[in-house]
Write a protein that binds this ligand. Structure first.
Ligand SMILES: Nc1ncnc2c1ncn2[C@@H]1O[C@H](COP(=O)(O)OP(=O)(O)OP(=O)(O)O)[C@@H](O)[C@H]1O
Ligand SMILES: [Mg+2]
Length: 323
């Protein structure tokens, strides 16, 4: 019996485009343990949000899952009907997306939106709903008086925290967050991350967290996945990937963040641009930008290979390990 809450296997996502299907996620596999915090990093357009949408079954046209599976508590989400999925959303898996600030319904008070989610999933009394709603707002440091507020009466940061409160309302086992703190100032970001971390330890939920903020990664995540052009190119314990990145792309990415507390810099270390997702190169997707690429790299797409609990998708790393 495994302790995993989530098993993603060879998950593939395509977007229909005028030039043919673009493979935005190409065969991603990973397991997530109970209560584990997995961070996902990678430059803009590498498929982070698409992967999260696919896991939560929230993709809409022109995006669709073209292969693979997403098992949550033994159930393959990719096979469920929208009605069956609705039973799981908020209660088992909740999602705070990149635009969370604007994800609240502008015509309903915060309290009404929390109550709607409770009523859809529980048979709680109005009293219990009011009590739980006040409780989750307190968790994200919003006064319960704001149950009566409309979203426009809250600051951007408060709206984002209200979405996080909503995500924790029914104590799901998995919370998926896509740059939930990006609209906040640094002080508010830190305080929000501390709240999420305290709650995670108290409630024991697992987190998948997409961020550009390496200090968040290094302080809070157990494991770190690096994505490039729709693939996971490296995955391992955060400290290891952070201090000893193996994949040439991860190495460039980490070099772009020299100081944990410093400002984010441009990805200057790696020349060139990511490949076309409609007509990807035959071999390694990173080969055209890689200083170590040889003939094998340009011809054969590398697999994600495990070296202990650290996985790397790279022929050069494999050659070095073998010699
Ligand atoms: N609706 C769409 N139609 C066609 N292509 C799309 C669509 N949405 C996303 N894509 C493409 O899919 C790829 C992955 O996009 P995605 O938004 O998942 O990247 P991301 O890693 O989340 O980027 P960011 O860091 O900027 O949020 C990109 O190449 C993007 O152009
Ligand atoms: Mg995104």
């Amino acid at each position: 019996m495994s302790d995993d809450v989530l098993q993603v296997r060879d998950l593939k996502v395509e977007y229909a485009t005028p030039n043919g299907p673009a493979q935005a996620v190409g065969g991603v596999s990973f397991n997530l343990g109970k209560g584990e915090f997995l961070a996902i990093v990678g430059e803009s357009g590498c498929g982070k949000s698409t992967l999260l949408f696919a896991i939560a079954q929230l993709l809409t046209y022109p995006g669709s899952i073209s292969g693979g599976s997403v098992h949550f508590a033994g159930v393959d989400f990719t096979t469920l009907t929208p009605e069956a999925l609705r039973l799981h959303r908020w209660r088992d898996i909740s999602v705070v997306m990149q635009s969370a600030m604007n994800a609240l319904n502008p015509t309903l008070t915060v309290g009404a939106q929390l109550a709607d989610a409770c009523k859809a999933h529980t048979d709680w009394s109005d009293e219990r709903i009011a009590q739980r709603s006040a409780e989750v707002l307190a968790m994200v440091a919003i006064d319960e008086a704001h149950l009566k507020s409309f979203p426009f009466q809250l600051s951007g940061g408060m709206r984002q925290r209200a979405m996080i409160a909503m995500a924790l309302l029914l104590e799901p086992q998995l919370v998926i967050m896509d740059e939930p703190t990006s609209a906040l100032d640094v002080v508010a970001q830190r305080s929000l991350m501390r709240q999420v971390e305290t709650l995670r330890h108290r409630l024991g939920f697992a987190v998948i967290f997409v961020t550009h903020d390496m200090s968040v990664v290094s302080h809070y995540s157990d494991r770190l996945a690096v994505m490039y052009a729709g693939e996971v190119v490296e995955l391992g314990p955060t400290r290891e990937v952070f201090d000893h990145p193996e994949h040439p792309y991860s190495q460039g990415l980490m070099e772009a963040f020299p100081s944990l507390l410093g400002d984010q810099r441009e990805l200057t270390g790696i020349a060139g641009t990511p490949p076309s997702l409609v007509n990807p190169p035959e071999g390694c997707l990173f080969a055209p930008r890689c200083a170590h690429a040889n003939d094998e790299c340009r011809r054969v797409r590398p697999e994600l290979v495990a070296y202990g609990d650290h996985q790397v998708r790279c022929h050069w790393v494999a050659r070095n390990k073998a010699s």
